[in-house]
Design a protein around this ligand. Structure first.
Ligand code: FAD
Length: 466
């Protein structure tokens, strides 16, 4: 029996896709930057089926590429063009396995769409706080494998901090069951941490136990006009002092970013007169709604008086808050319409955000006159999406040629500030070679040792990360 027939015997012929049209959506990434080829796309529906599929591929020495919602910004879930790999889609592993209200945990299959988990938690009167603009299509297995961040990291932490247990199919096909819902477990190496953020290079995550939180009783959302990223950092400090853990989100948006949303996203409206920068702020917690609004309102009044902000709007309804959030969440979508973009997902110590933007903007504008710098992101986490679009009258092809130089210029500044070239999107294919420039030989060596220990044949998502 050939490989395709063996796989079909495990998952059913209808779940082994070989026709070009059927495979096509799996073989191009969200940004349409990476195209790949595969022997087939296989869609197992249970951990046992994933295990059997992996065992067959391993025995045949065939590379495997796990894929969740395929929303990666780094080409991490797209195979190379050799057509040798089997793409393993986790979409049919989509059940909520258990929800323990008293333990504040939810146990989910890896292919559950993030929004489905948020909804299930909400129905049980709990919050699953991982939240990002791709939540309607990304899957928890992908979130775990990229250690996704999103807009509530400030309060709840990133995916790693929300994870209590994992179930993983190892590159041999063996199943590691580490689905423990424990907040304390010091029994040796914390193995789940190795698979979180590994981008599918060490094994396939098939299930997870995730933390839940009480649902916030009240939320207050405001859009602030400010003069610079440094002002955002200063305000962040003041708000942390004033509001403590109720400060849930603090998102920076440049005027160029907002301009693209207003231009390309249907129904988007500017909340305030134009300003160089904006801050989207959200408080949420257990206090009474009215009290939270009053607290934020008086903070905004004070900030207007001392001129740290120049204008502000406080959402008066859930719908108004949703519209403010849509302005922030549609930036990636809007920038996509503007043509080719060069993306940087960087982090620096929060205290150095202002310095980073000043230095990187000046260096880019000098080297590439007319380049449009689209800066937005999670200022509370020191994480900016620092993206470039071609000059308005420029050609895509010319701009693409400048990518390596733009990356080097930005990443060298990030590195000099003690930052990271990938804060939340991962490495994938996009930054694999860049990684060598910024990690020490020893660190790369330790990573390769881990990879060899789990995947000695190098079959699990080859060419990604390392
Ligand atoms: C509009 C938009 C907004 C975004 N905003 C954010 C944001 O705010 N924060 C953020 O962190 N990211 C963001 N992203 C990036 C992306 O959504 C995240 O990286 C997400 O976690 C990827 O999930 P996915 O299911 O789509 O994974 P995929 O893209 O399918 O895969 C990502 C990586 O995980 C691996 N993988 C997937 N499933 C498994 C599994 N079960 N086991 C092992 N490996 C697996 C893949 O091989 C690949 O290496 C955004 C993307 C878009 C399109």
């Amino acid at each position: 029996m050939g490989l395709i027939e063996q796989l079909a015997a495990i998952v059913g012929a209808g779940n082994v896709l070989t026709a070009a049209d059927d495979m096509a959506p799996h073989l191009v990434d969200w940004r349409r930057r990476y195209h790949g080829a595969a022997r087939c796309v296989v869609r197992p529906a249970s951990t046992e089926e994933v295990s059997a599929v992996v065992r067959i591929c391993a025995q045949a020495g065939v590379a495997m590429v796990p894929q969740g919602g395929n929303t990666s910004h780094c080409g991490a879930s797209i195979p190379d063009l050799s057509g040798e790999a089997v793409l393993i889609s986790l979409s049919r592993l989509n059940k909520i396995r258990a929800l323990d209200v008293a333990n504040n945990t939810i146990t989910v299959d890896a292919g559950c769409v993030l929004q489905t988990i948020q909804d299930a938690a909400f129905e049980a009167g709990r919050l699953f706080p991982l939240s990002l603009a791709a939540e309607g299509s990304c899957q928890i297995g992908g979130n775990l494998s990229t250690n996704a961040g999103g807009v509530q990291v400030l309060r709840y932490g990133n995916t790693r901090e929300l994870t209590l247990g994992l179930e993983v199919v190892l590159p041999s096909g063996d199943v590691w069951t580490g689905l423990r819902g424990l907040r304390k477990d010091n029994t040796g190496y914390d193995l789940k941490q190795l698979f979180i953020g590994a981008e599918g290079t060490l094994g396939i995550i098939t299930a997870a136990v995730m933390k839940l939180f009480p649902l916030p009783q009240a939320t207050a959302t405001a859009w602030l006009a400010i003069q610079s990223p440094q002002v955002a950092v200063d305000l962040l400090g003041h708000m942390q002092a004033a509001f403590g853990a109720t400060l849930t989100a603090c998102e920076l948006v440049s005027d160029i970013s907002l301009g693209m949303v207003l231009k390309h996203i249907h129904g988007a409206q500017a909340p305030l007169a134009s300003s160089p920068w904006y801050l989207l702020v959200e408080l949420s917690g257990a206090s009474e709604e009215g009290a939270m609004h009053i607290a934020l309102e008086s903070f905004l009044e004070e900030s207007l008086e001392n001129a740290s902000i120049t204008d502000a709007v406080l959402a008066q309804s859930v719908e108004q808050a949703r519209r403010l959030w849509a302005l922030r969440e549609n930036i990636s979508e809007a920038q996509k319409v503007e043509g080719f973009s060069i993306k940087h997902d960087i982090s620096v110590p929060v205290s150095r955000i202002g310095e980073f933007v000043e230095r990187a903007d000046a260096a880019l504008l000098q080297a590439f006159p007319g380049i449009r710098i689209v800066t937005f992101g999670h200022v509370g986490d020191g994480n900016l999406h620092y993206n470039q679009s071609k000059p308005a009258s420029g050609e895509n092809a010319v701009f693409i040629d400048s990518q390596a130089r733009v990356n080097e210029l930005v990443h060298d500044i990030v590195h000099s500030l003690g930052g990271s070239i990938s804060a939340e999107h991962g490495i994938g294919q996009l930054k694999r070679d860049e990684l060598l420039r910024y990690k020490s030989a020893l660190e790369m060596d330790m990573m390769r040792t881990v990879k060899r220990a789990f995947d000695p044949l190098g079959l699990m998502n080859p060419g990604k990360v390392l």
